[in-house]
Design a protein around this ligand. Sequence first.
Ligand SMILES: [Zn+2]
Length: 340
Amino acid sequence: MPYPGRFAAVPTGRRALALDVGGTKLAAGVVDGQGEVLARHQVATPRTTDPEALFATVSALLDEVRRRAGATVAAVGVGCGGPMSAGSGVVSPLNIPAWRDFPLVDRLRDRFDVPVALDNDAKALALAEGWVGAAAGRRNFLAMVVSTGVGGGIVLDGRLLDGADGNAGHIGHVIVEPDGRQCACGAQGCLEAEASGTAIAATTGRPAAEAGAAVRARTGRLVGRAVASVCNLLDLRLACVAGSVALGYGEPFFVAARAELDARARLEFSRGAVIVPGGLGHDGPLVGAAAVAWRALGHPILGDPSSATPSPATPSSATPSSATPSSASPSSASPSSAGR
Ligand SMILES: [Zn+2]
């Protein structure tokens, strides 16, 4: 059964091949135009330094899931950990050393002979949540992932924010403890350095999933603190939080996050902002990857025609007509009756 929410105008019967590239696992799925995952499969990310060996694993995974669904696909959509350079289709995921400046989009296009679109995995999740998840129909929200790392994507005025290099929404590097732990980015006290699964494991000496009540509450508190800053900055009232740490910690995490958000989002417009669990569970990343593909093909995933514009992170990866980076100005975004 499809998820609740509005359906994007993807022709019935079309399928996208979705790929989520993470440092811990590689997941693939076949997703239809209503955001339903028809088949899924995942494997552990191989611990290899050989870029071709990793690509072979990815290709086999996609073949397998396509076989399971028995479907031809119209496009491939990819969500991948950052950083990536805008429009190049080239990835260098921090936690996957085998791929440095790896031309993932070109390679997938050669392999599958359909349009391929790529975006940051957390931005992809934001598309998914706004399409058929916990933010369906909302024009302003933050979506974030708290798992091995911490990532985020922001939809503002019905548009997914890209930023100069396609990296907008990196809430993992909002400072939550000025004198806190050193972050891999070079700063100190970033949310990711304090609240990611990696950070929790490093500070507690055991897997994040085994953390006690105090750690669960502190993790929620720090996430709520970062969310409050973003809500104050961007006039937001909704944050959807997914990822294995957040969803695994459950209510104690969310209760602490909400209390901290309530305490720190005190402006008239940010007061009352809420944090909710992501609405798509473990399908979120794949639905998001498919959303990246549909959007690059011109389907208005977020209900706003302007949101169908390929992001700067995807143009060379999509159809030939989108080979030029989009320069759609806000004024070209006609007000939409859809959404709120
Ligand atoms: Zn950082």
